[in-house]
Write a new protein. Sequence first.
Length: 218
Amino acid sequence: MKEEDYTRQRERMVATQIESRQLRNPRLLAAMRKIPRHKFIPTERWHVAYDDRPVMIGEMQTISQPYIVALMTNLLKLKGNERVLEIGTGSGYQAAILAEMCAHVYTVERHTALSEQAARTLKELGITNVTVRQADGSLGWPEQAPFDAIMVTAAAPAVPEPLLNQLEVGGRLVVPVGQPGMQTLQLWQRGESGFEQEMIVPVSFVPLRGEYGFKKDW
């Protein structure tokens, strides 16, 4: 297909998968329309890039369903001047969406191959406000903390304590928490005297590995 065909697919994706599900933040919709999702997955899967489902990207990892990407981004309530930490770079697509919505994204991926590929894709697309690091994401990125917002794109058995500690007062953290096959997307907000927690929707993510993640295979 030609690039204009993918542009039409993005327009249809936004209309049928995101706006129809009541996510109508103009800045979010503009980001979802702009970022070429197909560029973040293997070329042999480009034909399903804009389908309403996750897509395998290698290393037993996936690029999330477009609606989930939009929902998690929307929950952070980004205004444009934030420093955001993402745990689980994967393909780099979620980082690219966040980069359209904030000042700078710091993203951590434990798989070297995915980390390197994501960095290449972001560079090729001219996205310069994302810094990619290969490391244990459950530990966060303490050297760059605190963050105005944190997003975790893998399921944790509990919210990693280092991430809560690296969240700025007034900041928001979105993370799927639970066991294999089914988790709940949680929103944590840090106030002056502690955290408020909200359960959002049931979800199913690949596991977060690391010191504060899952230790064994599912």
